[in-house]
Design a protein around this ligand. Sequence first.
Ligand code: B12
Length: 212
Amino acid sequence: MEKTLAEFQQSIIDGDSERTEALAREIAGDGAVAAEDVFASLSAAMEEVGSRYETGEYFIPEMLRSADAVERAMAILEPYLFEQRHDQSGVVVIGTVKGDIHNIGKNIIVAALRAAGYEVHDLGVNVSTAKFIDKVRETGADLLLLSAFTTSTKPALMDILETLEAEGLREGVKVVSGGASHSQELASEVGVDGFAADVKGTLAVCRELLGG
Ligand code: B12
């Protein structure tokens, strides 16, 4: 299966949706692949696509083809990954903050959290403070996860934290931030409870913050 996972990763990098779907079916059919290995492959593939874009080897169409391959693979793999999930782990509200439309990494985190047993409310991209606050209140969320990919999102992050405080909700919810070009330094400046740079780290920090 290691070979299949490597081929799966490569087919995403190549933006070959059909091959990615075929390999996703193989992985789901095999039944012995750990969810965390699937997520590691997905992330590694999209990180490679991201660097190729940055170095000018890939352009937006190539990148969107790869993102489409991930989406199609997830549609096939989600039921399989869900079979591995444990008991209910907690309620999560997640979204990409206002002014930011990056969602590939966020979507991988959403799938990983769902597979790990969290009840996840995904608000999408360019999410206003009011929308985050309303959802946290409505769901009684244990965790608020903020995806922020560009450094210019700092004011949006600060605004969310200040509003949580002002609305008396800050005590009841742990806030975690992350995303491409997000750093521990930025997270500390903004005052969130946790930061992570990848899927594994995100699952670990969520578990830790919920005392598990
Ligand atoms: C893909 C991409 C785009 C795509 C987005 C498509 C989409 N549907 O998401 C498009 C082309 C639309 C785009 C647009 C822009 N982009 Co862009 N983009 C990228 C790129 C190349 C890859 C991002 C990605 O998907 N990586 C792959 C995923 C798997 O990795 P990830 O996002 O890091 O996610 C992982 C972790 O961060 C973490 N994670 C993610 N979310 C969360 C949330 C939480 C709570 C936690 C704990 C962890 C976590 O887990 C994920 C899985 O491992 C990055 C460069 C790069 N190499 O990262 C630039 C980058 C993020 N973009 C950048 C910029 C500047 C822009 C634009 C402003 C460009 C422009 N001038 O128009 C616009 C932004 C428009 C806007 N208002 O948001 C900059 C940000 C720079 C900065 N320091 O602020 C980057 C870093 C490129 C660069 N070096 O300049 N972009």
